[in-house]
Design a protein around this ligand. Structure first.
Ligand SMILES: [Zn+2]
Length: 499
């Protein structure tokens, strides 16, 4: 038996590790790692279970920069258990095993068990029955706040978010007689508001390198495609909103990668409990390949991430993106397996993997929030976005939008009118400046036109009155009447080049 067996190894792959066992294992690893390891409490789950990060780093030496890599497992609890189990083995290999040389070029923040309640409840959701990987706009759950705060606290250059998915979907594609047949998928933070440097490097270089590295190790890997529920659907890549961890972390400036490996049907007969041995082996292989590529590319990645921390060029930010049909390459052939005999069959789909950018916004200098300030102060605080509560009234140029109401077909708010006025904000209003840290995220959360907007949620949507100027207004960059404190040299936005 290996030194320090993980709970899964200890139970000879006959059941998943429990959250308590994972805690104990992380504690033992932190002790075994001595000065190279530290266990940080990063939060508490909805049902009161601790959330931990195991930080693994060699002592810092001047002139030897290292890339910090955050690896997150099992956001979807027991439904996707393998990521956590593989990360415990990887952390052991890095600290006391065969992978210690990674510590020459990398530092690690392991968050293996991102949803401990889901693991105990045999669920993909947390203890409040929320899918936490849809909650990064609201941050309504303690698990999502903990992960989002961990990105700010550790400032990783690179993040891997490890997931699994069922190859047989009995209620959708399975009904048509097929199951999917990939062995590993990778995607990037793809929101169009993510810095172009991150998106372009990720899509053109990092993803192809990852896929090649995994294929070189013997697994059929591909760029992530959104769940196939029917042979008649178009093929797209993943979701583009900040609701998902990978996009939110990308908007925070980290090069963020999604890993997804397939799971066989739960009730099949396998050599290990729910085929967990095979599933962990696939995750481990992909994680090794990921680290090999990231380590090889570390100097380049450091430069890309540094570039990405700058403000959007021309101070214009695309709020939305949609996947559209690629007219240059209108079809894509994907191999599925037939349910009846497991033989592969090539199926032709429409190819909608081209992203079209929508709703460009000229970045304002700041936002003013003049009503419902308690709700918004709490939201901004959860996101650690800086704001000021006005002690005195403030008169300035403001852009105010009126909306015609929510279009349930398009799922969008329609602006009927934008007015530019000189208006007074009362004491108690919130002044929210755009900084280089917040410029890519704040408009996505506050603009009703954005698909990542809080106004897409009922609790906020009902605050928006039709045909009445919205209480969230923009102070434009070229405002005629600009408050003194937004003019100051120390204000983080540089002057508009055109003005
Ligand atoms: Zn998942």
């Amino acid at each position: 038996m290996t030194e320090l067996p993980t709970p899964l190894e200890h139970h000879q792959y006959q059941r998943y590790s429990s959250s308590a066992e994972i805690e104990a294992c992380l504690g033992a690893l932190a002790t075994a790692g001595g000065p190279y390891a530290r266990l940080d409490r990063i939060g508490t789950s909805a049902r009161g279970r601790p959330l931990h990060a195991l930080v693994c780093a060699a002592p810092r030496r001047p002139g030897r920069p290292r890339l910090r890599v955050m690896m997150v497992g099992s956001q979807h609890g027991a439904s996707e258990a393998a990521g956590c189990e593989a990360l415990l083995m990887l952390a052991r290999a890095v600290l006391i095993g065969e992978a210690q040389e990674w510590l020459d070029s990398l530092e690690f923040v392991f968050i293996p068990n991102a949803n401990p309640d889901g693991r105990e409840l045999d669920s993909s959701r947390n203890g409040n029955e929320v899918n936490i990987n849809r909650d990064f706009v609201l941050l309504s759950q303690p698990e999502t706040s903990a992960l989002d705060n961990a990105v700010l606290r550790y400032e990783p250059e690179v993040i891997l978010d490890a997931h699994e998915s069922a190859s047989l979907k009995t209620r959708t594609l399975g009904r048509e007689g097929y199951l999917t047949d990939f062995e590993a998928q990778f995607d990037m933070a793809a929101s169009p508001a993510v810095a172009p440097a991150l998106r372009e490097y990720g899509e053109a270089e990092l993803l192809p390198a990852l896929i090649a590295a995994v294929q070189g190790r013997g697994l059929r890997a591909q760029r992530y495609i959104r769940e196939i529920t029917s042979t008649r659907q178009p093929i797209t890549h993943g979701g583009l909103t900040a609701r998902k961890f990978r996009n939110k972390a990308g908007l925070r400036g980290a090069l963020t990668v999604l890993l997804e490996t397939p799971m066989e049907p739960k009730d099949g007969s396998y050599p290990s409990y729910r085929n967990i041995a095979e599933r962990v082996a696939r995750q481990s292989l992909c994680m090794q390949a990921f680290l090999a590529v990231v380590s090889r590319e570390s100097a380049r990645i450091a430069r890309v991430v540094a570039t990405a921390s700058r403000l959007p060029e021309q101070q214009v930010l695309p709020l939305n993106g949609v996947w559209v049909k690629d007219l240059q390459s209108p079809e894509v052939v994907i191999e599925l397996r037939r349910r009846e005999d497991y033989l592969r069959q090539a199926v032709t789909f429409e190819n909608w993997r081209k992203m079209e950018v929508r709703d460009p916004l000229a970045l304002p200098r700041a936002y003013l929030i003049t009503a419902h300030t308690g709700v918004f102060a709490s939201l901004l605080a959860r996101h650690q976005l800086a704001f000021e509560v006005l002690a005195e009234s403030m008169t300035c140029t403001q852009e105010r939008e009126c909306f015609r109401g929510f279009d349930p077909v398009e799922g969008a708010w329609h602006a009927v009118e934008t007015e530019r006025v000189r208006a007074k904000a009362e004491p108690g209003s919130l002044l929210v400046p755009l900084t280089s840290r917040s410029a890519r995220l704040l408009p996505l959360l506050l603009e009703p036109r954005s698909e990542s907007s809080v106004f897409r949620y009922l609790a906020y949507a009902r605050l928006l009155e039709e045909r009445t100027p919205l209480f969230v207004t923009r102070i434009p960059r070229d405002a005629e009447y600009l408050p003194e404190r937004l003019k100051s040299e120390s204000h983080p936005l540089p002057p508009n080049p055109e003005s």
